[in-house]
Write a protein that binds this ligand. Structure first.
Ligand code: G
Ligand code: G
Ligand code: MN
Ligand code: NA
Length: 250
């Protein structure tokens, strides 16, 4: 298709970009890391969402090439940051079915020179389940090298609490569907409260996603949620704007 060909060309031309969204410590809004988010603005097709082109790349078998170029760009940007903040990078489900994924990621970090201890990989429960044995081996290999793993979009999709027992994760990202209703819906508040308590008990770090309002942040503070992310703190912006953001935010 036209879209597929345009994406192939963009990967070859190295024109798919990475933007960065801050992840903060809610207590004092200090920046602790950034999530890398792929951005593709095609001259003919215009802006295409990663929610469209990531699945396309998976389906057509070039997610490895795409992800590798994105990770390289993200890691290079992270090296230019004035502080040793972590870089959080999304992995797709196809990558968790490919036993070569851990090696590819570690090789890219090695070439760029980013310490694996500064990388976090975001994976979803659905992705882990699709190919559990392979996913488990990939996760183990990465964690042995110091890379941390976050469970993205927690609480949605085919959630299973057993996943938290059977797999070794470092962090849970509470899906923004809960956060967007946290100040208006008692059920959402109770669910978030329970997730935070469970993660505390399991020694898992917690990030609340989709914080858009001051009131959301205040509520999460009272619930004892350590980290947060969302438009309230900052939208995803390009590498240059990220450096400017870091000059004005502690
Ligand atoms: O930021 P945005 O709403 O456009 O992201 C849409 C979706 O695309 C999200 O689910 C996000 O996790 C995913 N996504 C963004 N960048 C990447 C990437 O580099 N790799 C993968 N696998 N998914 C990404
Ligand atoms: O699936 P994942 O959680 O990786 O996707 C992150 C997506 O959420 C990105 O597309 C990002 O642009 C979007 N996002 C980040 N912060 C906010 C927010 O505060 N509100 C909303 N609606 N979307 C957000
Ligand atoms: Mn994510
Ligand atoms: Na998420």
């Amino acid at each position: 298709t036209q879209l597929e060909q345009a994406l192939r060309n963009a990967i070859i031309a190295d024109s798919v970009e990475v933007h960065f969204q801050p992840i903060v410590r809610i207590r004092d809004a200090s920046v602790v890391g950034f999530e890398a988010l792929a951005r593709w603005n095609d001259p003919d097709l215009g802006f295409v969402s990663p929610a469209v082109f990531v699945p396309l790349a998976e389906e057509r078998g070039f997610i490895d090439a795409l992800s590798d170029t994105l990770l390289r760009k993200a890691a290079e940007a992270a090296l230019s940051w004035p502080r040793e903040l972590f870089l959080s990078f999304n992995l797709s489900s196809a990558q968790l079915m490919d036993p070569g994924t851990a090696g590819t990621i570690l090789a890219t970090l090695g070439r760029v020179g980013l310490d694996p201890a500064r990388l976090e990989l975001e994976i979803t429960e659905t992705a882990v389940m699709t190919s559990a044995d392979t996913a488990e081996r990939i996760i183990a290999e990465l964690r042995q090298s110091g890379v941390r793993i976050s469970l993205d979009d927690f609480g949605t999709g085919q959630s299973s609490l057993g996943r938290l027992r059977d797999f070794t994760f470092d962090k849970v990202k509470i899906d923004r569907a809960f956060i967007s209703r946290i100040t208006t819906d008692r059920a959402s508040e109770h669910i978030v409260k329970a997730i935070i308590a469970m993660c505390d008990g399991l020694d898992l770090q917690v990030v609340a996603e989709g914080i858009e309002e001051w009131a959301d942040a205040e509520k999460l503070k009272t619930l004892g949620c350590a980290m947060g992310q969302g438009y309230y703190y900052g939208r995803p912006v390009d590498a240059a704007a990220t450096l400017r953001y870091l000059q004005t935010h502690h």
